[in-house]
Design a protein around this ligand. Structure first.
Ligand SMILES: C[S@@+](CC[C@H](N)C(=O)[O-])C[C@H]1O[C@@H](n2cnc3c(N)ncnc32)[C@H](O)[C@@H]1O
Length: 488
């Protein structure tokens, strides 16, 4: 896989750009370059009338005749837009030798820079690139963004540009300034500009300038969901975009972390269970330290922060220190694993209730109300239970749960490498061992687990293309004892 391109926006004002070619493609490029203020030199034996006109008006310089390497003298950038591949190749070679960035139109391998598809709203520009591999797709995306991006964004960008100096002076601390600008972007100032109400925008600005200039730290406790970035909430995404610091657990997927603000400092605060990890006390200290320094701290936790996430303890610590906080819920593993394995956690015919239980150590296992857990027509979602499956099986059966009760162990739920292992309570630990089930895995036990085979695939590969094991399982007479590999 080749490296991704590094995106930049070039200031071409007054800088020489050589455009080789005199046809319609060159004309389009010349227009864009002139708009950017470049000093454009067109080299070609002949020019289309529009280019010839621009030369006559003195807006372009012309180098007549076949390509000559001397045309590159003084150029910062070159675009080869002729219909002769050999000429384009010669331009690319010469440019490369002189370390001048070159774009050969419609010939990605010869380019050292590419021109993205663009969406513009005043000074705000969104550039889209497919690294030259799928220009049509980039154009399609541009069309979508054109319809989705508010036309008033350009006005807002200009207005904020005019306020920049005043904001810098009033709020010298970057973190605090960012918070105030956030309120302008998301609050009444932007609304007013959208309606063309400039007086309203100015009033909102005056109110913003009246705010306290000292950085105001806070902590946002965010549920990252079980792994699939599509399961992060919009509020969670917004918090990640505002973060100065992100403190995250090991369970948070890389895809979700990649959504954080680029400049945010990311700190992993917990490692694999049983190995070295940051203590809960140290996590509290880190949250408090960073918030006290005026930072917006996002505490990112797998699933939901309040479901076996120790979010409650962290909030108590913050309350104790008077640190402002918010909580953004997330999709907990039980809900996601059920959905992604085709298991409804409740069902009119099979389960009237669902219990979320944790069983990660002997202490927690001993304090559980096994008689209540063993009742029929309810679903148990057992978190962190991979280690104690034999105890779970023995206690449930001893308290009356039928050995034939189906289970599903969902490993890496909602992630690309999700696996679902099915069986009955009687053979729970043996099935887990045989299939080498690893953490993170969630146990769903109850009649509903028997529905796991009634999976519906939308947009995924057909079942027989997924894995021979899965196809065999689905046609097996006793599917509840087979293993499903669901990863595509
Ligand atoms: C410390 S608990 C955190 C639970 C989390 N706060 C939530 O709401 O999902 C960790 C346990 O959650 C379960 N878990 C979390 N993510 C999972 C996933 N993607 N697939 C399966 N189980 C998961 C596993 O049982 C794991 O041992």
């Amino acid at each position: 896989m080749p490296s991704p391109l590094f995106p930049v926006f070039l200031d071409l004002a007054g800088r020489r750009v050589l455009l080789v070619g005199g046809g319609v493609v060159a004309r389009r490029k010349a227009e864009a370059l002139l708009e950017a203020g470049a000093d454009v030199v067109v080299g070609a034996p002949a020019l289309v009338p529009e280019l010839a006109g621009a030369v006559a008006e003195g807006r372009l310089a012309h180098r007549p005749g076949p390509f000559h390497p001397g045309w590159l003298d003084g150029a910062w950038l070159v675009i080869a837009a002729t219909d002769d591949p050999e000429v384009n190749a010669a331009v690319a070679r010469e440019a490369e030798a002189r370390r001048v960035w070159v774009n050969v139109v419609d010939d990605a391998p010869r380019c050292t820079f590419q021109v993205p598809a663009r969406v513009e709203r005043g000074p705000l520009q969104v550039a889209i690139s497919s690294r030259g591999e799928a220009p049509m797709l980039a154009r399609w995306l541009r069309e979508r963004l054109e319809t989705e991006l508010d036309p008033a964004l350009g006005e807002l960008a200009k207005w904020l540009g005019a306020k920049r100096e005043a904001l810098r002076t009033r709020f010298p601390e970057t973190a605090r300034r960012r918070q105030v600008i956030e309120t302008l972007i998301r609050g009444p100032a932007a609304d007013a500009l959208r309606k063309g109400d400039f007086a309203g925008a100015e009033a909102a600005f005056a109110a913003a300038l009246g705010q306290d200039a000292t950085p105001r730290g806070r902590v946002i406790l965010v549920g990252a969901g079980p792994g699939d970035p599509g399961l992060l909430t919009l509020r969670g995404l917004r918090a990640l975009n505002q973060a100065d610091v992100v403190l995250h657990d090991r369970l948070v997927s890389r895809e979700v972390l990649a959504l954080a603000r680029r400049d945010a400092e990311t700190i992993e605060v917990a490692k694999e269970a049983g190995t070295h990890h940051t203590t809960q006390q140290r996590i509290h200290e880190l949250l408090i330290e960073h918030a006290r320094a005026g930072k917006t701290v996002v505490r990112l936790k797998g699933g939901d922060p309040f479901v076996f996430g120790r979010g409650g303890e962290e909030l108590e610590a913050l309350r104790g220190e008077g640190i402002p906080y918010e909580v953004v819920p997330g999709i907990t593993a039980a809900v996601a694993c059920g959905a992604y394995a085709g298991i409804p956690l409740t069902h009119r015919d099979h389960a009237q209730s669902v219990r979320l239980v944790t069983a990660h150590c002997r202490n927690s296992i001993d304090t559980l109300d096994w008689a209540a857990l063993a009742q029929e027509r309810q679903t148990l979602a057992v978190y962190m239970g991979v280690q104690g499956l034999d105890t779970i099986r023995d206690r449930l059966i001893a308290h009356g749960r039928a050995p034939a009760t189906p289970f599903a162990l969902v490993e890496n739920g909602s992630r690309a490498n999700q696996r679902v292992v099915l069986g009955t309570l009687a053979n729970l630990p043996e099935r887990a061992l045989a299939e080498n089930v690893r953490s993170p895995a969630l146990l769903i036990l109850g009649e509903v687990a028997g529905l796991a085979t009634e999976l519906h695939w939308f947009g995924s590969p057909p079942i027989d293309a997924v894995s021979p094991t899965l196809a065999a399982t689905l046609s097996s007479p006793s599917p509840t004892t087979a293993a499903l590999t669901l990863a595509a």
